[in-house]
Ligand binder design. Structure first.
Ligand code: C5P
Length: 245
């Protein structure tokens, strides 16, 4: 598959990141036991991490998984930078902050991360939460189209030295063309044709999202709620292969 992934995005293998949205260590590990670390990475978010703390990172890493620690840090620069350092020292593959924390916060996080010896943790930013519409932004004083704000925050993220952003697949083509080939785009809201969209508003198929310039696909329920998670993962890989030949 690696050789085929060349439309719109840099060659990146293992694009699937499975969202482990569970309330307990046991449930998360039971799902991980059904997945293959050679074929996917895992995302640990606020619910699971708040419940388990670093134990979940240690347990999943010991099984060979690379982890996206999705805690979306947003605080004063010093606090965010130290939190990012802790994440890197735990050995996570990817960690994120809110771009709306601003340039100083992101630059300090970048600087702190670079001080960690032998770290290769990717540092990315969330632009506009996909749960927010124009009216929600206007209410907090940002009275512009969400896409424009996404573009503005993604540019600030790049200028601040971060590795990429989380964005919707609908924004991937625009951000890929304006921010260049090396900037990582991480996209949730991924569904195969015919899948339930659950509570996602704007969805895209895996192959199309990669073709539009996404690098990593965050996928939860289509895999974690499947009777056979690895079969669901295989179907996603096939959709990617078909789209990228
Ligand atoms: O189950 P599903 O595939 O919808 O899960 C998507 C994952 O991506 C969830 O963990 C969700 O919190 C996360 N996410 C999202 N939309 C964003 C950012 C993160 O769906 N804008």
């Amino acid at each position: 598959m690696k050789n085929k992934q060349e439309i719109g995005s840099p060659m990146i293998d293992k694009p699937i990141v499975v969202a482990l949205d569970y309330p307990s260590l046991e449930q998360a590990l039971a799902m991980a036991a059904q997945l293959d670390p050679q074929r996917c990475r895992l995302k640990v978010g606020k619910e699971l991490y708040t419940r388990t703390g670093p134990k979940i990172i240690e347990a999943l890493s010991a099984k060979g998984f690379e982890i996206f620690l999705d805690l979306k840090f947003h605080d004063i620069p010093n606090t965010v930078a130290k939190a990012v350092r802790c994440a890197a020292e735990m050995g996570v593959w990817m960690v994120n902050v809110h771009a709306s924390g601003g340039r100083k916060m992101m630059e300090q996080a970048r600087h702190e991360l670079d001080q960690v010896k032998d770290q290769r943790t990717l540092l990315i930013a969330v632009t506009v939460l996909t749960s927010m519409q124009h009216s929600d932004l206007a209410e907090i004083g940002i009275d512009i189209e969400p896409m424009l704000h996404v573009q503005r925050l993604a540019e600030l993220t790049k200028q601040s030295g971060l590795d990429g952003v989380v964005c919707s697949a609908q924004e991937a083509a625009m951000l890929r063309s304006s921010l260049g080939a090396d900037f990582r785009l991480v996209t949730p809201g991924i569904r195969l044709a015919g899948d339930s969209s659950d509570d996602q508003q704007r969805i895209m198929t895996p192959g199309k999202a990669l073709a539009q310039g996404s690098n990593y696909l965050v996928i939860g329920r289509p895999i974690t709620k499947a009777a056979k998670p690895m079969q669901a993962l295989l179907a996603i890989e096939q959709d990617i292969s078909n789209a990228l030949v």
